[in-house]
Design a protein around this ligand. Structure first.
Ligand code: SP5
Ligand code: ZN
Length: 336
């Protein structure tokens, strides 16, 4: 299977993040990408598709903010990573913000997603990796892997959060639809609910979104991913949330996976875009499922068994020393 990434993705390297009231080392480190490359082989450099496919998902004003944010942070006399602290949860609207602090809060859903000097370039090229892998599918490959990092599934049309800035899967899914490769279904198997992806397609019946994740009652992102969220308007019924309890192992996971895949096939998908997070792994430092490396192969084989082409997009996974093997196990499950 072809693998796509870009060296600029290594440039996003915040030092620390806010976690349970304290500053801790940033979990979504560049080492993650290096580990995956080391185990899976060198890969191919992503091709530049420009801004248009990003603007098909995201508010151009949000993208302009992201691009300038760290420079504005430095211009304000700050050092290190840019991070907000105030969030307009009531009557959020576009005002003429002057201070970078106002902008950071206006375009974020949390205070755990720092912006460093290389963040914009890394996020831009992460999305380009997804688009480049989509090109491989468009050219006839049955499967392709986008080694995206930073990840994307928590980012909405006009907000960042959960280590995510540009929603790589949403960019690829919308581009795939526009290329006539649809109907497109997104299967999100990251440990955390893909709230940004859900939000982007919540009222869009053209893309089906199914997510298997830790129950938001106990886990981030808390406010979304509950089973009663099923889409609205023309998207009514095209969102499927399957929350599972902490401690879930393969025995508990497989039924939800089968249910999601049945829904995707029953809906009539012709392409699956997978938000693949390896943070369901038993030794993940920030997550609490109990999947083993071999379970990622089982997961992939079930997806493969639908007979649908699959574009695999990297999301989370923070057990860095095992990450390469977990990704390799997943990708290997697509080999016939
Ligand atoms: C893409 C993805 O998996 N995002 C996960 C975002 C989770 N953020 C909330 C949890 C914060 C945990 N911080 C732990 C830091 C350990 N160094
Ligand atoms: Zn995650």
């Amino acid at each position: 299977m072809r693998l796509f990434y870009h060296p600029a993705q290594m440039g996003h390297a915040p030092e620390r993040e806010l976690h349970n009231g304290d500053w801790v080392p940033f979990a979504e480190s560049p080492d993650r990408l290096a580990q995956i490359l080391a185990v899976c082989g060198g890969g191919e450099e992503a091709r530049d598709h420009g801004m248009a496919p990003l603007e098909a998902v995201h508010d151009p004003d949000y993208l302009a903010f992201l691009r300038a944010a760290h420079d504005e942070w430095l211009a304000a006399g700050r050092q290190g990573d840019a991070i907000g602290y105030g969030f307009p949860i009531v009557r959020r609207r576009k005002l003429q913000f002057e201070r970078i602090d106002a902008k950071l809060g206006a375009w974020s859903m949390d205070a755990a997603t720092p912006i460093a000097a290389g963040t914009w370039d890394a996020a831009y090229w992460s999305a380009q990796a997804a688009l480049s892998a989509l090109d491989a599918i468009a050219a006839g490959d049955r499967h392709a892997f986008a080694l995206c990092r930073p990840p994307g599934h928590h980012a909405g049309a006009d907000y960042m959060g959960g280590y995510c800035f540009i929603n790589n899967v949403a960019v690829a899914a919308r581009a795939a639809s526009a290329m006539g490769l649809g109907p497109v279904a997104i299967l999100d198997v990251d440990y955390h609910h893909g709230n940004g992806t859900q939000d982007i397609f919540y009222e869009d019946g053209e893309v089906f979104f199914a997510s298997i994740h830790a129950d938001p009652v106990t886990d981030y992102p808390f406010y979304w991913g509950h089973a009663d969220e099923q889409g609205e308007g023309s998207g009514e019924g095209t969102t499927l949330n399957l929350p599972l309890p902490r401690g879930t192992d393969w025995h508990g996971y497989q039924g939800a996976l089968d249910q999601a895949l049945e829904a995707i096939v029953g809906w009539g998908a012709r392409l699956i875009v997978v938000s693949f997070g390896a943070d369901t792994f038993e030794d993940d430092p920030i997550s609490s499922f109990a999947l083993q490396t071999k379970d990622f192969s089982r997961m992939a084989r079930r997806i493969h068994a639908t007979g649908l082409p699959a574009l695999i997009v990297m999301e989370g996974g923070y057990a860095v020393s095992a990450l390469g093997n977990n990704v390799a196990a997943f990708l290997g499950g697509f080999d016939v």
